[in-house]
Design a protein around this ligand. Structure first.
Ligand code: ADP
Length: 395
């Protein structure tokens, strides 16, 4: 079956068409600047990437353009829309309502709308994508795959915050975690690569991209993860602060004359390695600046690495040990320096990095030495494939 995978944000939309039987990607691309001016990127497998400026005032028009490109008589990969068997939507926040992917129905959308308060930026944008697809493909089954679902197995001791319990009861204030599709995909691949049963392993997955999180997967279940109620908690990220003392929010607000949402905006968009370095949120820029002697770029990288290291240590303790540590996403897959610095400081766990293996890029690789007690792996994540698999399975 061909599955159209949609990842819809407020002004952009990424898509892929994946054949769920062969797992081949037929085409992929994105719509950018929806509601502004509009740009469509379309890349058929084995064909040339096309970039066109195309007005797309609404998401529906953006998806219409995607369908047009996919079924184009010259460069399209489908004869007609009928060749799409199902649509898989990446959905951000399922709260406690969704512990797994779900077929999209009116009832399901209503339930998801109840989670909107928890993700006021992401969920409405996701739902706009769902509605647009429903209008254009009314007879095609659709599935929602939640970023939070994989983490619904966390025990209470991990997901409760130390705040009045009634806030959890009344407002569902708790840790949810994100990147679940990626953590699930990567941890399963790790078990397959190691040739061990998934439900017998203690795995730590470090999803290190612009947004970044660490997850502890014990016996095939997420038992803790670094992001929280929102994606702001945990690691120091590209532009997000990660963990800070909540008192700093009031203090910064007073000093800078900002209200609560003003400070949160700073913590989400102007902090992390961008805020620390004053250079960039992108580690390639940080590395270049650090090589030219920029001290703040150097310290930003150190703070980032140290926070990842601390979470790995914490999760090894949480699971009573660790068999393997996986690195994924933009940095985890491509930045050997970060991996080396983190792994070298984990020698006390019995982890030994293999420098030659660690020099490889963008492919599944065991980067620990053969006699390393704890294994380290690079595993490119593939959230779209995971969504296509879940979608095909449910449909
Ligand atoms: P997002 O969370 O936006 O999906 P990514 O997973 O693309 O983020 O990660 C972005 C980070 O990964 C950037 O800091 C960037 O420097 C790094 N990165 C991405 N691709 C590469 C690459 N090919 N080589 C080196 N670094 C890369």
């Amino acid at each position: 079956m061909n599955v159209l995978v949609i990842n819809c944000g407020s002004s952009s939309l990424k898509y892929q068409v994946i054949n769920s039987d062969t797992e081949a990607v037929l085409a992929k691309g994105l719509c950018e600047r929806i509601g502004i001016d509009g740009r469509l990127v379309y890349e058929p497998a084995g064909g040339e990437k096309q970039v066109t400026q195309a007005p797309m005032p609404t998401h529906k028009q953006a998806i219409q353009l995607v369908i047009g490109a996919l079924t184009d008589s010259g460069t399209g990969v489908l004869k007609s829309l009928d060749e799409i068997g199902a649509v898989g939507h990446r959905l951000v926040h399922g709260g406690e309502k969704f512990a797994a992917s779900a077929i999209i129905t009116e009832k399901m959308i209503e339930t998801m709308e109840e989670c909107t308060d928890l993700a006021p930026l992401h969920n409405p944008a996701n739902l706009i994508g769902v509605r647009a697809c429903q209008e254009l493909m009314p007879n095609t089954p659709m599935v929602g795959v939640f970023d939070t679902a994989f983490h619904q197995t966390m025990p209470k001791e991990a997901y409760l915050y130390g705040v009045p319990y009634e806030y959890y009861e009344k407002y569902a204030v708790r840790k949810y975690g994100f990147h679940g599709t990626s953590h699930s995909y990567v941890s399963k691949r790790a078990a397959a690569i190691l040739g061990k049963p998934y439900d017998s392993l203690k795995i730590i997955v470090c999803h290190l991209g612009n947004g970044a999180s660490v997850c502890a997967v014990k016996d095939g279940k997420s038992v803790d993860t670094s992001m929280g109620l929102s994606p702001l908690e945990g690691l120091v990220m590209g532009t997000r602060s990660g963990d800070i003392d909540p008192s700093a929010v009031e203090y910064i607000g007073k000093k800078e004359g900002l209200d609560l949402s003003g400070v949160l905006n700073v913590l989400n968009k102007k902090s992390g390695v961008l805020g620390l370095s004053g250079v960039s949120s992108d580690f390639r820029d940080l590395e270049a600046a650090a090589n030219e002697g920029n001290e703040r770029a150097k310290i930003a990288q150190q703070v980032f690495n140290y926070r990842v290291l601390k979470y790995i240590g914490a999760y090894a303790a949480a699971m009573g040990g660790v068999d393997c540590i996986c690195f994924t996403a933009g940095l985890g897959e491509n930045n050997g320096v970060i991996r080396k610095e983190i792994c070298e400081r984990l020698a006390f766990l019995g982890l030994q990095i293999d420098d030659e293996a660690n020099a490889k890029r963008g492919e599944e690789t065991v980067i620990s030495t053969p006699d390393s007690k704890v294994k380290a792996l690079v595993i490119p994540t593939n959230e779209e494939l995971a969504i296509a698999r879940e979608t095909a399975e449910l449909v």
